[in-house]
Design a protein around this ligand. Structure first.
Ligand SMILES: NC(=O)c1ccc[n+]([C@@H]2O[C@H](COP(=O)([O-])OP(=O)(O)OC[C@H]3O[C@@H](n4cnc5c(N)ncnc54)[C@H](OP(=O)(O)O)[C@@H]3O)[C@@H](O)[C@H]2O)c1
Length: 275
């Protein structure tokens, strides 16, 4: 083979290998999933561990989190390491990233999932409820993203991935006063995702950012939202068509498996039977 043909062959092979979808390339890599003790975060953590990733799952409820880690031991090729972290506290997040730096030498995937809602309308809500939602839903994913990119950069990981669990509430305001502040926090996630992506492109980084915006998903979310009025939670849940959290977790695999030449910016996902 002449040198020109050989060079062309190598170039095509390189482009092919670089762009094919491959979940296998994440095997053995480190993922952090916030809010891994229940619902969507639990399902994503288990899904990534089933693809042989080293998953660090964080939340406050250690009993629930350790049960998830135990489930991974029985069912998955990879592992889930349970770490307590209250993402409302910046120091907890910084300590967690220090631990990841020292123990794992970097992080490849960050799933910003922890989140909550309170019934706190804009005209009558309590400031303390708004503060907690701002801390968990907005500031925590922003701090985690900054720290993750710092660690990726420090350890020369240029193909990292940040996935923000957003919501359909991050794209439209409706007539539910109980949801308005939550919608504000999720609109912020839409802006965070695109802002991060633009700053990374500006640095010529190949770290990608995807916002995944689900409709209603089976989890404890609505029960926690209306914990002061359990009757309303039951009424709301009877109106929703929810998708299983395990199925939603497939969208994370879909994004991670996409060719590295693409950035899937936004995935809006609803139950197949939801309007
Ligand atoms: N369920 C839905 O219909 C739906 C739809 C669209 C978007 N989402 C989004 O999906 C994400 C996950 O919600 P989910 O449905 O899985 O609800 P969930 O079952 O209530 O799970 C919420 C998770 O967030 C964690 N969390 C809350 N506050 C935290 C804190 N201060 N520090 C650390 N972790 C904290 C919880 O863990 P601990 O309590 O153990 O700390 C739990 O693991 C949220 O961002 C939510 O906005 C949900």
């Amino acid at each position: 083979m002449c040198p020109t043909h050989f060079f062309r062959y190598c170039l095509v092979a390189y482009q092919f290998v670089y762009s094919i979808p491959k979940m296998d390339s994440w095997q053995g890599k480190v993922a952090l999933v916030t809010g891994a003790s229940s619902g969507i975060g639990k399902a994503i953590a288990l899904k990534l561990a089933s693809h042989n990733m080293k998953v660090i799952g964080c939340a406050r409820n250690m009993r629930a989190l350790e049960a998830v880690a135990e489930q991974a031991k029985e069912q998955c090729r990879g592992e889930i390491v349970a770490i307590r972290c209250d993402v409302e506290k910046e120091q907890d997040i910084l300590d967690l990233f220090k631990f990841i730096d020292e123990k794992y030498s970097g992080i490849h995937v960050l799933i910003n999932n922890a989140g909550l809602a309170h019934d706190c309308p804009l005209l009558s809500g309590k400031t303390e409820d708004w503060n907690q939602m701002l801390a968990v839903n907005v500031l925590a994913p922003t701090i985690c993203s900054r720290e993750a990119v710092k660690l990726m950069t420090k350890h020369g990981i240029d193909d990292g991935y940040i996935i923000n669990i957003n919501s359909t509430s991050g794209h439209a305001v409706d007539n539910r006063p109980a949801a308005h502040f939550y919608q504000m926090t999720k609109f912020a996630i839409t802006a965070l995702s695109d802002g991060l992506r633009r700053e990374l492109v500006g640095r010529s980084s190949r770290i990608r950012v995807t916002s995944i915006s689900p409709g209603h998903v089976e989890s404890d979310f609505v029960n926690r939202w209306y914990q002061r009025e359990p009757g309303r939670a039951a009424e709301l849940l009877s109106k929703f068509t929810a998708m299983p959290a395990e199925d939603l977790a497939e969208t994370v695999v879909y994004a991670l498996s996409s060719p590295r030449t693409l950035n899937i910016c936004e995935l809006l996902v609803k139950s197949a039977t939801e309007y």
